[in-house]
Design a protein around this ligand. Structure first.
Ligand code: ZN
Length: 156
């Protein structure tokens, strides 16, 4: 039995670590699942198989509040001649977004309106509740302008 309990605890620890790796900024808030350990330890001697309740796969969204949304493109004025994002990817319209990566690390998914963007870039003027959306042309970035919108954190 002790071996089984140890394996379950290791699995729970690994799950907790993977959450921490995916969302370092939210690691402190993600500590509640360790409460489930009590249930595993209390399983009787006859309980050979420990039922594992899996989290639903549906993405959960958390409102991050209102952000200032701006636009940029790959031109010299917007990106200083850099062809790639800070994370090394090719910037893609309707996908790439620049955010304050100290709060929203590379890979964070943010929904604005109907589009789910992925944080792939950062910017010197992108701090706190500011996001910068990548567009394919400078004209489009100008046309979309600067506006305020509610931003949602998408957790998969
Ligand atoms: Zn531009």
């Amino acid at each position: 039995m002790c071996k089984l309990i140890k394996q379950v605890l290791l699995a729970a620890a690994a799950f907790s670590l993977s959450l921490t790796a995916a969302f370092p900024a939210f690691a402190q808030e993600a500590g509640t699942e360790t409460v489930m350990d009590d249930d595993y330890v209390n399983a009787g001697p006859g309980a050979v198989q420990v039922p594992v309740e899996e989290e639903p796969e549906e993405p959960e969204e958390v409102s991050l509040g209102l952000f200032t949304v701006t636009g940029y493109c790959g031109c010299d004025r917007c990106s200083g001649g850099h062809n790639l994002t800070y994370s090394g990817t090719v910037p893609t319209p309707n996908h790439t977004i620049s955010a304050d990566i100290s709060q929203y690390p590379i890979g964070t998914k943010l929904r604005i309106g109907d589009v789910v963007y992925t944080v792939e870039d950062k910017g010197s003027s992108v701090r706190g509740n500011v996001v910068d959306i990548f567009y394919s042309s400078h004209q489009e970035a100008l046309d979309k302008g600067t506006y305020t919108a509610e931003v949602f954190l998408v957790q998969e």
